[in-house]
Design a protein around this ligand. Structure first.
Ligand code: SF4
Length: 342
């Protein structure tokens, strides 16, 4: 079945433009957009990845990662093939970098209604649109999110944040939380390594936060690419200014993959240095993740008490009391119940 794409504009002579992501592809008849999953057939743009799920798993919400969203809950996690970026360090490139003939779209279509049922039967509290870039399966995700909301499920995106303002306006009313990858803070790195633009991402972070969507940020620290003191400090300052006391920053450890398969893993000393810079710049919630030997602890910014403790992806302690610190009663920012963002 063909599914018409949203955000398309006819440009004449069978060409259409796509306004779903910042790339704004102009696509001649018969061709596909940069993401390879939006296809201009006879002057009409179609979403070819609609419901073609290549992953549907139950994950702890901590794995996404979301640390300030219903801790200890399970999230039904779905993806289709394809992406609108080409990050050289992609850790999911086998499913994100779709090409003709790789079979990623040759899977049976799963309906939004079936997905919501599957999530409920699995005992999940939310659906996560994740693993690849959910923007490129926007139409299916939006329909699923609408039904999920009606059935009391939360909707979580893990995204590169490169969607347009038009797309964000459609998405935000159904979105409980989004974890956006802030991959670097130099436009040149975004262009050279990801084939993307930093400005698209900064705009999305600020816009979702302004619309009341809970935002967490993740940066994969790639040695030599984005881990200098200067870059980390500039990025941390901007995050603190943009998200204020709600800022949550996950610093994630890189291991060699895709076009950077031979690169070194991030040293633990770099993780510690980055976390210190982030804290010094006023980010309240900083997590140096992908380090299985260390717990990830949420401390109350008021009194310093450990409120939530995670070991790997498992919750080992949760002392939140009605969304507040058990010791000093200060509210801890987050989505502690779907439909009630603090
Ligand atoms: S989603 Fe982005 S990459 Fe894909 S066709 Fe639209 S503008 Fe191009």
């Amino acid at each position: 079945m063909k599914h018409k794409a949203m955000f398309q504009t006819r440009e004449g002579e069978g060409t259409v433009s796509c306004g779903l992501c910042g790339r704004r592809c102009v696509i001649p008849a018969g061709a596909r957009g940069f993401c390879q999953v939006r296809h201009n057939i006879d002057g009409v743009l179609y979403s070819e990845s609609w419901g073609r799920l290549i992953a549907a798993s139950v994950d702890p919400v901590e794995k996404k990662p979301f640390y300030h969203v219903c801790p200890g809950s399970q999230s039904f996690s779905v993806a289709t093939g394809g992406c609108n970026f080409r990050c050289g360090f992609c850790q999911n490139w086998r499913i994100s970098q779709h090409r003709d003939g790789d079979g990623l779209l040759d899977v049976a279509e799963v309906s939004p209604a079936q997905t919501v049922e599957d999530a409920l039967v699995a005992g999940c509290e939310s659906i996560s649109y994740t693993y690849t870039e959910p923007t490129i399966f926007f139409e299916w995700a939006l329909e699923t999110m609408t039904l999920a909301r009606q059935r009391g499920l939360g909707n979580l995106w893990v995204s590169n944040g490169a969607m347009t303002a038009e797309a964000r306006a459609e998405l935000a009313p159904f979105l409980d939380a989004i974890n956006i990858d802030l991959k670097a803070f130099r436009p040149k790195t975004y262009r050279d390594v990801c084939d993307g633009e930093l400005e698209w991402v900064k705009e999305s972070i600020a816009d979702f936060a302004a619309r009341g969507v809970w935002v967490e940020l993740t940066t994969l620290l790639v040695p030599g690419m984005n881990d200098s003191d200067d870059e980390l400090r500039t990025m941390a300052k901007w995050i603190a200014e943009t998200l204020g006391p709600k800022a949550v920053w996950h610093l994630s450890r890189f291991h060699g993959d895709y076009k950077m398969a031979d690169a070194d893993a991030t040293p633990l000393a770099t993780m510690d240095r980055a976390a210190k810079i982030a804290t010094d710049e006023g980010i309240a919630y900083v997590y140096a993740g992908n380090t299985p030997t260390r717990d990830a602890v949420t401390r109350c910014p008021g009194c310093g008490e450990a409120v939530i403790v995670r070991s790997g992806f498992a919750l080992s302690a949760n002392h939140l009391t009605g969304g507040a610190c058990h010791s000093c009663s200060r509210g801890i920012e987050g989505v502690w119940k779907f439909g009630a963002t603090v």
